[in-house]
Design a protein around this ligand. Structure first.
Ligand SMILES: NC(=O)c1ccc[n+]([C@@H]2O[C@H](COP(=O)([O-])OP(=O)(O)OC[C@H]3O[C@@H](n4cnc5c(N)ncnc54)[C@H](O)[C@@H]3O)[C@@H](O)[C@H]2O)c1
Ligand SMILES: [Zn+2]
Length: 696
C-alpha cells in the first residue's frame, strides 16, 4: 500500500511543505528528532512531488524531491562512488514492473537477485587501509559525507582490524538493536539527558556525538564492499567483477558483521517470483527481529547487470526497496493504567490517543514495568513513539521529548495494589502485590463482603488479608465455617470483634439470591444484572439449570454474554454447593420461577411471564440525590433493589425511556434533564408511598 499524498492547495502551502520537510529531514539525518514519523514525512514529500508535477516551473531549489536525504544532509569528505538512496515499491505488482524496467535497461532478464533486509539505521562508509579501520564517513548528500571517525570502537560488527590486510571500503548500516536502544536511553536519562524517540534516532544522534562522558554501543551490518584508490589492482579487478552475494561473503570472511548472521540473511533468488516468496518470509519475521527493518532490499546480483543498469542521481537502477508498512507512529500518552495479573504482578499499560498503525487502531501499549517509565522519563501528555509489528502487543518506544510543551505531568505510581489494596512489593523491577497469587482472592472476598453484596460488617480488606494469610479462608464458602477460636487467635481480634464478625457472617447467610450471585463475581454480571437474573429465575437451582437460551430470556443478556455466564456458573458449581450446604440462602424473596421450558414453547413470550404486577411494573426508574424519610437509610444499590422488587427497571441515566425520576435532596443534572425531557419526578416521600407495600 502506498502512503497517500498530503494535499497541497497552492504555492504558499507548497513553500510551507518544502520548509517543513527540509526541517524534518535535517533533524532526521542530523541526529535530532523529527516531529514527523516516517509515514507523515513520506506523505508530505509525495504531496510536494505531486504539486511539482503540476507546476514544473515553480519548483523551489530547496525541494527534497529527487535528492539523497531530501537534500538535508551534507559533508566534506567526497565519496569515491556515490552513496545513494533507494527507490521504493510497495506491492508485488510494482515490484514486477520494476523488474521489467530493469530488463529493458539491461537488454536482458536479470537471472539472479540478492534479497535481504532493509536495515533501519543510517548508512556509513568504513575505509580500511592495510586491514586497519581508518575513517568513517556518513552518506551525507550522496557525493560527500561527514567524517565520524570518532565513533570507531563503539560500533559492534565493524572490526578495527580485518582478517586480511586489505584496502577496501565497507558500506553498511549503523543501528541500535532493541537492547542497545534500551541501554542507550537508560544511560542518557541517567545523565540527565532526554531520551531518544526510537532506535534509529538514537543511532543517528549517537554516531554524531563527538564528546560525551559515556559511550553507548551500536551495531553495524555490512551490505556493500568496494575497492578504494589504494586497493591492490588484482583485488580491485576481482571485486569489480564479483556478484553482490560473493562480495558479501568476502566481507563476512574479512570479519565484518552482515545479515548472514541474523534470522534474515541475504539470499539469492533466481526469479522475481522467488524474490517475492523471500520478501514474504522476511516480512513475516520482522516482528521478532532484535533490530528494526523498514523493508526488503532487492539487488541485481551479477556485476554485469548492475553495470548495465547504472544509477540515477538519487538512486541506483539495479536495486529497489520493497517497503513494508510503517510500524511506528507518533501519538500521545493520555494515561497509565495499572493492571494486576494472575500472579499478582502489577503492570503499567499506556492509554494512547488512538493511532492507526498498519491498518489497526492502537489505543493501548505495554510499558513493561515501573522502572521502564522512569528510565524513559515518560510523562502523561507526552508525544510518544509507538511501535507495533505483527501480532506483537504494541509498545511505547520512548517520548518525543522535544515536542514537550511543559504541560506534561509525571506518571502516578500506585501506593497500594490497585486490585486488593494490599501493599506492593517494589523490590524487583516488576512490582508485585504483596498478596501474590492471593491478590485475586483477597480482592474477590473483600468485594463479596462489601456493603452491596453480602454486607458483612467488620470484614474489610485488611481483615480479609489477615484471614487469607493465616490460611483460614481459601474461598468464599470458608468464611461461613470460621470458628470462634480461630478468629480469637488472630492479632487485633478481641472477644467483641470476634463475636460481631461471626454474627455479621451468620446474618449474611440470609441475603437474597441476587446478592449471593453478585458476591460470586460472575464475569460480566454486576449488581443490576445479578438482580435481574435472580428475579427472573427466583432460585439458584433454576439459575443453574438454565442453558444459554434460557439465560438470554433475562433482560440485558444477549447471545454473546449468555454462554459465558452459563459456563462460569458451571465452573462455580462446587463453590455454590458448599455455600448452600453451610446454609446460605439461595432464593430471591418475592420472585416466582419461570414456567418450565415446554410450557413456554407454545408461543408465550417468557420475558413477560414471571412475577409481574408490582407497583412499578413496566416502569424505568432513576434514583438521584439523597434519600430522606423512610428511605433515608437506603444506599443507591438498595434503592435499585427496591425498584426491581416492585417490578420496575432501575437505571442510572435519564433518557426518553425513563418513566420516573426519584429526586432527593441535592439532585442536580439528572433532575434537570428529567425536567427538560418532561419525565415524571417524585420526591422520596412520594416514591415511598408508591412502594409502601414493599417497605419493611
Ligand atoms: N521522519 C522524518 O522526518 C524523516 C525525514 C527524512 C527521511 N525519513 C525516512 O527516511 C526514508 C528515506 O531515507 P533514505 O534515503 O535515508 O533511505 P531509503 O529508504 O531511500 O533507503 C536507502 C538507504 O537504505 C539503507 N539500507 C538498509 N539496508 C540496506 C541494504 N541491505 N542494502 C542497501 N541499502 C540499505 C541505506 O542506508 C541506504 O542509504 C524514508 O522512509 C523516510 O520516511 C524520515
Ligand atoms: Zn493485590
Amino acid at each position: 500500500m502506498t502512503t497517500p499524498a498530503a494535499v497541497i492547495v497552492d504555492g504558499a502551502a507548497y513553500a510551507q511543505a518544502v520548509e517543513d520537510a527540509v526541517r524534518a529531514a535535517a533533524a532526521y539525518y542530523g541526529g535530532g528528532t523529527s516531529p514527523l514519523d516516517d509515514d507523515a514525512y513520506d506523505r508530505l514529500v509525495r504531496g510536494i512531488a505531486d504539486w511539482e508535477a503540476e507546476h514544473p516551473g515553480r519548483i523551489l531549489p530547496d525541494s527534497p524531491t529527487g535528492k539523497v536525504a531530501g537534500g538535508a544532509a551534507v559533508g566534506d569528505v567526497p565519496h569515491t562512488v556515490p552513496m545513494l538512496s533507494l527507490d521504493n515499491v510497495f506491492s508485488a505488482e510494482e515490484f514486477t514492473a520494476w523488474t521489467a524496467s530493469l530488463a529493458r535497461r539491461t537488454g536482458r532478464d536479470a537471472t539472479r537477485f540478492s534479497v535481504g533486509p532493509k536495515l533501519d539505521g543510517l548508512a556509513i562508509a568504513a575505509r580500511y587501509s592495510g586491514g586497519r579501520l581508518r575513517q568513517l564517513i556518513t552518506r551525507g548528500d550522496g557525493t560527500a559525507g561527514e567524517d565520524v571517525s570518532h565513533a570507531i570502537g563503539t560500533i559492534e560488527g565493524l572490526p578495527e582490524k580485518l582478517d586480511e590486510p586489505v584496502t577496501v571500503e565497507v558500506r553498511g548500516e549503523v543501528l541500535m538493536t532493541s537492547a542497545q536502544f534500551e541501554h542507550a536511553n537508560e544511560v542518557r536519562t541517567g545523565h540527565g539527558g532526554q531520551p531518544f524517540a526510537n532506535p534509529r534516532n538514537a543511532a543517528a544522534g549517537t554516531l554524531r556525538a563527538r564528546e560525551r562522558v559515556y559511550t553507548v554501543p551500536m551495531t553495524f551490518f555490512g551490505y556493500g564492499l568496494l575497492p578504494l584508490p589504494g586497493t591492490d589492482s588484482a583485488l580491485a579487478e576481482r571485486m569489480n567483477g564479483m556478484a553482490h552475494s560473493d562480495l558479501m561473503a568476502l566481507a563476512a570472511e574479512l570479519g565484518v558483521h552482515t545479515s548472514a548472521r541474523t534470522a534474515v540473511p541475504d539470499t539469492v533468488a533466481e526469479t522475481p517470483d522467488e524474490v517475492l516468496v523471500r520478501v514474504k518470509e522476511i516480512a513475516a519475521l520482522r516482528a521478532e527481529l532484535p533490530f528494526g527493518i523498514d523493508g526488503i532490499v532487492v539487488k541485481a546480483d551479477l556485476a554485469a547487470d548492475r553495470e548495465a543498469a547504472g544509477s540515477g542521481s538519487r538512486a541506483p537502477r539495479w536495486a529497489i526497496a520493497y517497503k513494508l508498512p510503517a510500524v511506528e507512529k507518533i501519538t500521545r500518552l493520555l494515561d497509565v493504567e495499572w493492571n494486576v495479573g494472575r500472579t499478582g504482578i502489577i503492570a503499567p499499560r499506556g492509554v494512547l490517543e488512538p493511532v492507526v498503525i498498519d491498518g489497526s487502531t492502537i489505543t493501548y501499549a505495554t510499558l513493561h514495568n515501573p522502572a521502564d517509565i522512569t528510565r524513559r522519563d515518560l510523562r502523561l501528555g507526552d508525544h510518544v513513539m509507538v511501535h507495533r509489528a505483527g501480532d506483537v502487543i504494541p509498545r511505547i518506544e520512548a517520548p518525543v521529548a522535544h515536542l514537550r510543551t511543559g504541560e506534561e505531568r509525571p506518571v502516578d505510581f500506585p501506593a497500594q495494589c490497585p486490585r486488593c489494596g494490599s501493599d506492593i512489593d517494589t523490590g524487583e523491577e516488576r512490582w508485585r502485590c504483596a498478596q501474590g497469587r492471593n491478590c485475586h482472592l483477597v480482592a474477590s472476598l473483600a468485594y463479596a463482603a462489601g456493603r452491596d453484596q453480602l454486607d458483612i460488617e467488620g470484614l474489610g480488606a485488611t481483615r480479609v488479608v489477615q484471614l487469607v494469610e493465616a490460611g483460614l479462608v481459601a474461598d468464599l464458602a470458608d468464611l461461613f465455617t470460621l470458628r470462634r477460636d480461630q478468629l480469637l487467635a488472630l492479632e487485633r481480634m478481641g472477644e467483641t470483634s470476634t463475636d460481631n464478625l461471626l454474627a455479621a457472617i451468620a446474618e449474611a447467610k440470609r441475603q437474597p439470591l441476587s446478592r449471593v450471585l453478585c458476591a460470586l463475581g460472575v464475569r460480566g454480571t454486576g449488581r443490576s444484572m445479578s438482580r435481574r437474573i435472580a428475579r427472573y429465575f427466583a432460585t439458584m437451582d433454576h439459575v443453574r439449570a438454565a442453558d444459554a437460551d434460557a439465560m438470554q430470556q433475562v433482560d440485558g443478556i444477549g447471545a454473546e454474554k449468555a454462554p459465558s455466564i452459563v459456563a462460569e456458573l458451571a465452573e462455580l458449581a462446587p463453590l455454590i454447593d458448599r455455600l448452600a450446604a453451610v446454609g446460605v440462602n439461595m432464593t430471591e424473596p418475592g420472585a416466582t420461577p419461570p414456567p418450565p421450558a415446554d410450557a413456554a414453547s407454545d408461543g408465550d413470550d417468557r420475558t413477560t411471564v414471571p412475577a409481574a404486577g408490582g407497583p412499578l411494573d413496566g416502569m424505568t426508574v432513576v434514583v438521584t440525590g439523597a434519600m430522606t424519610g423512610s428511605l433515608e437509610k437506603l444506599s443507591r444499590n438498595e434503592m435499585n433493589e427496591l425498584v426491581e422488587r416492585a417490578d420496575g427497571r432501575s437505571s442510572s441515566s435519564v433518557s426518553r425511556k425513563t418513566t420516573l425520576v426519584v429526586a432527593g435532596e441535592g439532585a442536580g443534572s439528572k433532575r434537570a434533564k428529567a425536567e427538560q425531557l418532561g419525565v415524571r419526578l417524585a420526591t422520596p416521600d412520594e416514591f415511598a408511598a408508591m412502594v409502601a407495600g414493599l417497605l419493611g
